[in-house]
Design a protein around this ligand. Structure first.
Ligand SMILES: [Zn+2]
Length: 283
């Protein structure tokens, strides 16, 4: 009898925890979002995120809220002796949270830790040569996003990207776009969209643009979307995201359908941002 009661209580406790945890998480996040944002943090973001000035005051307020949640929930780990400072965390969080302004209420749920290297890091890769020979080689990387729970960044590259906004490359946007794509456990270039009816048009537009990019690169034609996007559809989505934020006018002009899909997904319209005025803010 006692055993039955204990089993019943354990099951009841587990069910309660499963039901209560999401409510507590939402409450905790709302509390963090409503906390006043440090003027020092604001100054650091102003100095390192050029498009911060292009956001509306409402978007800035929401970005600040997301940053506070992000910094509370994610763990930063310095690698190869790097001490990850508050400023480093803040800059990475600010760029990553631009991708959350569509208010999906998810904070890269699979991600727990962000590993930061001082500069490019070396990994061993195996590559098949022909049918039988497998070659092991060492390659330098600037960032990586894992489907499990980690994301890796080169701090040197993150910093470089803050001063070269508009070159179409941004390692933080790239790796965190992969996190959005990997949210359902698969990296296939399709993040979780708002409605089921959004998937067919996304698939059509992105597949056509991916094939067009592969064709143009093979033909030696200059492209707005970086050639790395030809690697596979997942890389295409990550690279297109970088282009959307950093070269919106060119993307809209050359790939209007891709721009519209990303505009709808991110709920942002970067062509409205006054990009020419950015340079004076970059230090
Ligand atoms: Zn990638």
């Amino acid at each position: 009898m006692i055993q039955t009661i204990i089993v019943f209580l354990i099951i009841w406790l587990i069910i309660t925890l499963i039901l209560v945890k999401p409510i507590l998480t939402i409450k905790q996040r709302n509390r963090l979002k409503n906390r006043s944002f440090s003027p020092l943090w604001n100054a650091i973001i102003e100095n390192n995120l050029p498009i911060y000035f292009c956001l509306s005051s409402e978007q800035r307020r929401r970005l600040q809220g997301h940053i506070q949640v992000f910094l509370t929930e994610k763990q930063f780990i310095g690698c190869r002796g790097l001490q990850v400072t508050e400023e480093m965390k803040l800059i990475i969080a600010a760029v990553a949270c631009l991708l959350l302004l569509n208010e999906r209420r998810q904070y890269f749920p699979r991600l727990r830790s962000i590993l930061v290297y001082p500069s490019a890091y070396i990994v061993k890769e195996t590559a098949a040569i022909g049918d039988y020979i497998v070659e092991e080689r060492r390659v330098a990387r600037l960032g990586e996003s894992w489907t499990k729970d980690q994301l890796i960044l080169s701090w040197e590259q993150v910093k470089q990207d803050t001063i070269s906004w508009q070159d179409g490359r941004n390692v933080v946007l790239h790796e965190f776009a992969h996190q959005l794509d990997q949210e359902d456990g698969k990296a296939k270039g399709v993040p979780i969209l708002q409605r089921n009816s959004d998937y067919p048009i996304w698939a059509k537009v992105m597949t056509e643009a991916y094939q067009q990019l592969c064709h143009d690169i093979l033909q030696g034609i200059n492209t707005v979307i970086d050639s790395y996007g030809t690697t596979n559809p997942a890389e295409f989505f990550a690279v297109a995201t970088e282009t959307f934020f950093e070269k919106p006018h060119q993307l809209l002009s050359h790939h209007p359908a891709v721009y519209q899909q990303l505009q709808h997904y991110y709920q942002l319209d970067p062509v409205q941002w006054n990009y020419p005025s950015l340079k004076k803010h970059v230090q």
